[in-house]
Design a protein around this ligand. Structure first.
Ligand SMILES: Cc1cc2nc3c(=O)[nH]c(=O)nc-3n(C[C@H](O)[C@H](O)[C@H](O)COP(=O)(O)O)c2cc1C
Length: 212
């Protein structure tokens, strides 16, 4: 089966966060869908290995913030390529606390407060259906689409994203070896990295590339 047509499915880009027992978690997703309009229901698809999924299953609530085009790309690389299990993802960014859930308030249009009503097992992922119980709008900035994330931010989706596609590996021999400390991307090259180099996997800037 040729899966190329799947690339024509459109999505937005979101930050989902939750809290259980003083444990904060949050990650980037592209799989938010509105299911009903009256007493709105939404769904998200979360990889079973993501810590955010574990925390949502404990707390039965989460917040989804709608990312806008003005977001600092480091927020996407931190929330999309590291795990809340071993990182405080919120520490370098501005956030509000709603109930007990932290929600990033820079580079987002606003957020939906959600209560889980059902979880459907979908192999590697769980599809979580939730009732929207509150909302907040911060601004009228343009919401980021998945296409914008790929074409303008030059971002990629990691392995745990439902829309993951293999990235072409860089050449395997070279004078210098660099590793991205956010997503682990390895680059071997004969040239020193330039200051404007951007990680092809997670979009992190040059400062995240550590020479081995
Ligand atoms: C653009 C983008 C879209 C993503 N979409 C999803 C998604 O829909 N579902 C998912 O489970 N992970 C998705 N991910 C991957 C998670 O954000 C990533 O695995 C994260 O490190 C999980 O963090 P956690 O362990 O703190 O939950 C996406 C990542 C990016 C960068």
């Amino acid at each position: 089966m040729d899966t190329k047509i799947l690339r024509n499915i459109s999505y937005g880009v979101y930050l989902v966060s939750s809290n259980s027992d003083s444990k904060d978690a949050g990650c980037v997703i592209n799989t938010l869908t509105q299911i009903t309009s009256e007493n709105p229901l939404v769904s998200i698809s979360l990889n079973k290995e993501n810590y955010t999924n574990e925390i949502i299953k404990e707390s039965h609530k989460f917040i989804v913030a709608i990312i806008n085009e003005k977001i600092n790309p480091n927020i996407i690389s931190t929330f999309g390529f590291t795990s809340s299990k071993d990182t405080d993802k919120f520490k370098d960014f501005k956030y509000d606390i709603v109930g007990n859930i932290k929600v990033i308030n820079e580079g987002v249009c606003g957020y939906l407060v959600c209560e889980v009503v059902n979880i459907i097992d979908a192999n590697t992922h769980d599809v979580i259906i939730a009732k929207v119980v509150d909302t907040k709008k911060y601004n009228d900035e343009k919401e980021m689409t998945y296409r914008y994330y790929h074409e303008v931010i030059k971002g990629k989706a990691p392995k745990k994203a439902p829309t993951y596609e293999e990235v072409e590996e860089p050449k395997t021999t070279g004078k210098y070896k660099y590793v991205c400390d956010l997503c682990g991307y390895v680059l071997e090259t004969d040239e020193e990295l330039s200051d404007d180099f951007i990680c092809p996997l997670c979009g992190a800037d040059r400062s995240h590339f550590i020479k081995q």
